[in-house]
Design a protein around this ligand. Structure first.
Ligand code: XMP
Length: 321
């Protein structure tokens, strides 16, 4: 891998911000750039960094792809608008669900998301806005995992030999590409982002699709979204690196009101990790697991079974897709 990592120990956040602002500003010149904000720490840091460097020449979009967590699009747009950064909400839900229709293979699902973002949605926004640059929150670990062939992260393009100018009609600038997550958090903090953003647990680019085994439909996303609300209410803020609900592919036999009920199964995952390259399942108290099972089977329609993952990464990965 040609990109040189900039470690947390060697990072001077103020210098980094100034240097990257200068680079972005000279690359974009008098032109216009766009960026997509998801509300995660990486894209939030890019948004504020580039807003500082480019001012009105940066146009920020939140792509509502239909696969985000409950209330996320509105929450993120409103938070940034309070910070004086206007964000345009783009409704692309049907494009993403159309692209995912019928797909069950994990890599095909990831590829469908990549193509919908970069070939369809961003190409259209770039044309409409007159921008030539897409500013992107790719970080060192995304490149590392993709190059290692573990998972194709949705935002990796150039490092896989994709010429974005030729393929999609715009250039991609990646100011955070030398940093791992802890260093990105330092930059986000130095940029004045609130703690709820700079300390936010990671969330994958393919969003809830990374947590659906089998076909992705609006109904199946709604199921995993509802379970995610419960899992995050019960497990967030207790020191775990990341927690998640996963929807399994097959129906399992359950029972309700004394009768057989073929239903769905949710798997809960909760990880202890420092940088996501390795991870261990959190040793949750059994009462917490029981409460999760009770709430998920009572409040998420169709669920008759809840399991807890007890495997480490490796050989597991953190997300299932
Ligand atoms: P895995 O599943 O590879 O996840 O063990 C490691 C960390 O990366 C996040 N993740 C992703 N983040 N695009 C992202 O931006 C992706 O395609 C992606 N896949 C996984 C995951 O949530 C975990 O923190």
């Amino acid at each position: 891998m040609e990109i040189k990592e900039l470690t947390l120990e060697n990072l001077d956040p103020e210098n980094f911000i100034q240097e990257k602002s200068r680079e972005i500003s000279s690359a974009v010149g008098d032109g216009i750039a766009i960026n997509a904000l998801s509300g995660g720490v990486d894209s939030s840091a890019v948004t504020v960094l580039c807003h500082r460097a480019l001012g009105d020449k940066l146009k920020t979009y939140f792509i509502d792809n239909g696969i985000m967590r409950d209330g996320e699009p509105e929450r993120v747009v409103s938070l940034f608008s309070k910070m004086g950064i206007p964000v345009e909400l783009v409704d692309a839900r049907s494009e993403f669900f159309d692209a995912l229709k019928g797909l069950t293979d994990p890599e095909e699902k990831r590829e469908a998301i990549t193509q919908t973002f970069y070939r369809k949605v961003f190409s259209r926004i770039v044309k409409e806005s007159g921008a030539r640059y897409l500013l992107h929150g790719t970080i060192y670990t995304d490149v590392e995992e993709t190059i290692a062939g573990i998972k194709r992260q949705h935002n990796i393009l150039e490092q896989l030999g994709i010429d974005t100018e030729k393929e999609f009609g715009y250039s991609v600038l990646e100011p955070l590409i030398q940093l791992r997550k802890p260093a990105v958090r330092e930059i986000a903090k130095a940029l004045g982002l609130p703690e709820e953003i700079y300390n936010r647990p990671p969330f994958p680019g393919p969003a809830l699709v990374a947590r659906v085994i089998g076909e992705v439909t609006p109904e199946r996303i709604e199921t995993v979204r509802k379970a995610t609300v419960i899992v995050e209410e019960e497990l967030s803020g207790k020191g775990a690196f990341q927690c998640m609900a996963v929807l399994h592919g097959n129906r399992v036999t359950g029972m309700r009101d004394g009768k057989r009920d073929y239903g769905l199964q949710i798997e809960v995952r909760c990880w202890d990790s420092t940088d996501a390259t390795t991870a261990k399942p959190t040793r949750l108290p059994f009462e917490v697991l029981e409460r999760l099972a009770e709430r998920i089977t009572n409040d998420v329609p169709g669920i008759v079974s809840v399991t807890y993952n007890i495997t480490s990464k490796p050989p597991s990965t953190m997300e299932v897709v």
